[in-house]
Design a protein around this ligand. Structure first.
Ligand SMILES: NC(=O)c1ccc[n+]([C@@H]2O[C@H](COP(=O)([O-])OP(=O)(O)OC[C@H]3O[C@@H](n4cnc5c(N)ncnc54)[C@H](OP(=O)(O)O)[C@@H]3O)[C@@H](O)[C@H]2O)c1
Length: 266
């Protein structure tokens, strides 16, 4: 089973706003929804999915286990609670949201619990998020690279994460790009705007096409129907090698998601 390449992000979206975003996204043809325990919107995501009438078998749902649940034996009960909120018996993908700060507990302690959750049928696939090369090495040692369906990390034209991406390619670990639009900043970039104009496309579409053409999954979010619709249409856009290379020059190591508990980045 593969991770679909185009998902709907739900970070920051709460209450009716997340219900509307997911409902509209599903109407428009999105079939992959990304949530997390810490987003405190799993109940709303579950309600929107249940009301949509889209068969569960056509959907791909990801949630992420929060830091508080990594110690002791809390991980599996916390995932069961996520499933209750999401109103489903199984998610398609469960991720460790962030590596535990200071390796307390160590990857080798909590990642096997996520694998056990998979064995119990609580999730079809398991993976990680915000893992550095060092954490991925520990994850590979703990469960094997083949079990790690993805590492979901921040990646957009201004933060291209080349070292990590190269390591993941070597190991055959798939990459999901979060904040693919640099939280809207790509809309102001002169190079991306020029390429967009040349294609009669939007800067968001150009950015998403650039990520998709590199084999990454993308999970942009939007509260607006028009943006949700045009973003999805990025799947039909193909950039030239020269355009791909030009966007590659925009890397400036600009990291937007960098909380105080973040690991030492590659
Ligand atoms: N694993 C992690 O630690 C982690 C961290 C951060 C995010 N994520 C995931 O990644 C998803 C995406 O990240 P994100 O939501 O932070 O940022 P993003 O998708 O890069 O950007 C979203 C922003 O871009 C705007 N936007 C979207 N489409 C647009 C368009 N076509 N034209 C103009 N503006 C547009 C949205 O505004 P409007 O609402 O006005 O369209 C919103 O302000 C999250 O929702 C979450 O699921 C994961």
């Amino acid at each position: 089973m593969n991770i679909p390449s185009f998902g709907l992000g739900t970070f920051r979206l709460q209450g009716q706003q997340v219900i509307d975003s997911v409902r509209t996204g599903l109407e428009l043809g999105y079939r992959f929804v990304d949530t997390a325990q810490i987003y405190r919107n799993e109940s709303e995501v579950g309600a929107a999915i249940a009301d949509s009438g889209v068969p569960r078998s056509e959907l791909f749902v990801t949630t992420k286990v929060w830091l508080d649940e990594l110690s002791g034996n809390k991980l599996i009960p916390s995932l069961k609670e996520s499933l209750r909120k999401l109103r489903m018996e199984q998610v398609d993908l469960a991720l460790i949201h962030w590596p535990a700060p200071g390796d307390k507990p160590a990857v080798a302690e909590y990642l096997p619990q996520l694998l056990e959750a998979k064995r119990q049928g609580l999730t079809k696939l398991i993976g990680v998020s915000n893992f550095t090369i060092r954490h991925l090495e520990q994850a590979i040692a703990a469960v094997g690279a083949a079990e790690i369906a993805t590492n979901q990390v921040e990646l957009h034209p201004f933060l291209q994460n080349r070292k990590l991406a190269a390591f993941m390619r070597e190991q055959g670990i798939h990459l999901t790009a979060y904040m693919p639009l640099a939280y809207g900043k790509v809309m102001q970039d002169a190079v991306i705007k020029r390429i967009a104009e040349a294609h009669g496309a939007t800067p968001a579409q150009v950015t998403l096409a650039w990520l998709l053409q590199q084999g990454y999954a993308v999970i942009p979010s939007s509260t607006k129907r028009a943006n949700l619709e045009s973003n999805l249409a990025a799947r039909g856009l193909t950039l030239s090698d020269a355009e791909m290379a030009e966007i590659a020059t925009l890397d400036r190591g600009e990291r937007l998601a960098n909380p105080d508990f973040a690991p030492k980045w590659d």
